[in-house]
Design a protein around this ligand. Structure first.
Ligand SMILES: [Zn+2]
Length: 410
């Protein structure tokens, strides 16, 4: 078996019960099972908190909207081939499943008058969107038709764009370190020959110059003809187990949508100005992110987003109460914990290893009697028996630090 088959996220997703693709649900419409959902939930909470502390304001907006919204945004003009066909309720009422969140976030900006004092206004959402991918290209989580995107739109004055992009690059680096994402490269995607771009030459030149300046000190390649139809972008690439490259994180400048939605703010001198819209995703869609994370960790996620962090193994029935009590204390401490009673101790240890659970807690008669537990780590290391509060504290410190190692740092 090739290395790439062994760490294919589809095979691991099935074995670890992370997600399922059921033909009755439809190709490219996977269902996240409890283990996959637990890991994703931990990652979503982390990203939302990272953004909140960086000045982002989160919103909720619906995954479908009126046809007119996407005509105004330009998506139906430029992107219709990738969208599901509109749904007609009546002659003057047609809806489309959105292919992007930007139109709704433009409406957030213009929900009321805006002042220069509010900029940069950072509107964030982990929201649903849809792509009418052909069934031949769909597979597991890497290419899907229903996408949950970590998205934000940062509305800035033109002279704020450089600092804003640099700060986004910093946040991307922080998120990658916590998740274990190893970027394969940064790409500055520029306009190429062709007609499918909007905006004038001066805007494009200015936008490309701003992104190039923000990348000062970063190794990057340039991709001619790789830009979005509305502006140039920085894409951060990863390579999957089969060697295929894809984009996880992106920063895109847009002079076009503020124009289309007639967005404006009142500047310090009282004049009306057009903001620049920066589309950015720190970690991409949850689907593509997890396709990558499952493979890069071979299913053994860092403890902070492991679906089950601790499995307790009473050696025999005499320790069932002690193990149950320990499980309640671990749960109260915020850990995801299970007790496994079924079968021989050796079989249960092998099963937890197969499920890539980071911590095993063995409770024998001696541990039950003196209120201790023997921790075994996923990598095979075993620790001496320690008091239960010490064991929970050790795991809690590793989780809180979002460390890749299973023991706290010195
Ligand atoms: Zn956008």
């Amino acid at each position: 078996m090739k290395e790439s088959d062994m760490i294919d996220h589809r095979r691991l997703g099935r074995e670890l019960e992370l997600f399922v693709s059921d033909p009755l649900s439809g190709a490219g419409l996977p269902i996240w099972l409890p283990a996959g959902a637990a890991a994703r939930h931990a990652v979503e909470e982390y990203v939302r908190d990272l953004e909140r502390r960086a000045g982002y304001r989160h919103v909720y907006s619906p995954p479908l909207g009126k046809r007119e919204l996407f005509e105004l945004s330009g998506h139906l003009g430029y992107f219709a081939d990738d969208m599901f066909p509109p749904m007609r309720l009546s002659a003057d009422d047609e809806f489309v499943l959105r292919p992007a969140l930007c139109p709704h976030h433009a409406l957030v900006f213009r929900a009321r008058g805006r002042s220069y004092r509010e900029l940069p206004l950072r509107v964030a959402e982990l929201g649903g969107m849809y792509r009418a991918e052909r069934s031949g290209v769909l597979g597991g989580l890497s290419r899907v038709r229903a996408i949950s995107l970590n998205d934000a739109h940062n509305f800035c004055a033109l002279d704020q764009v450089g600092d804003e992009v640099r700060e986004i690059l910093r946040l991307i680096g922080e998120a990658h370190a916590a998740l274990g994402v190893r970027p394969a490269g940064f790409r500055l995607s520029l306009r190429g020959p062709g007609e499918k771009y909007v905006g004038d030459d001066a805007q494009w030149a200015r936008a490309e110059e701003l992104l190039r300046a923000a990348l000062d000190g970063v190794d990057f390649t340039e991709g001619r003809g790789e830009a979005a139809f509305y502006g140039p972008k920085i894409d951060i690439q990863v390579v999957d187990a089969a060697g295929r490259e894809s984009t996880i994180s992106t920063i895109q400048l847009d002079f076009d949508k503020p124009e289309r939605f007639d967005l404006s703010y009142v500047d310090a001198d009282g004049s009306r100005k057009r903001p620049v819209m920066v589309h950015r995703s720190l970690v991409g869609s949850m689907e593509r992110l997890f396709a990558y994370l499952i493979e890069v960790h071979a299913g053994a996620f860092p403890a902070w987003y492991a679906p089950v962090q601790l499995v307790l193994l009473p050696v025999d029935d005499g320790q069932a109460d002690a193990a149950g009590d320990l499980a309640r204390r671990a749960e109260a401490a915020g850990l995801r914990v299970e007790v496994d009673h079924a079968g021989s101790l050796g079989a249960r240890i092998r099963d937890a290893a197969r499920r890539k659970v980071p911590y095993l807690g063995v409770v024998g008669s001696r541990e039950a009697a003196d209120g201790s537990v023997s921790l075994r780590l996923r990598d095979g290391r075993g620790l001496d028996p320690m008091p239960v509060p010490d064991a929970l504290g050790l795991i809690g410190r590793v989780v809180a630090a979002r460390s890749a190692d299973l023991l706290p740092g010195a």
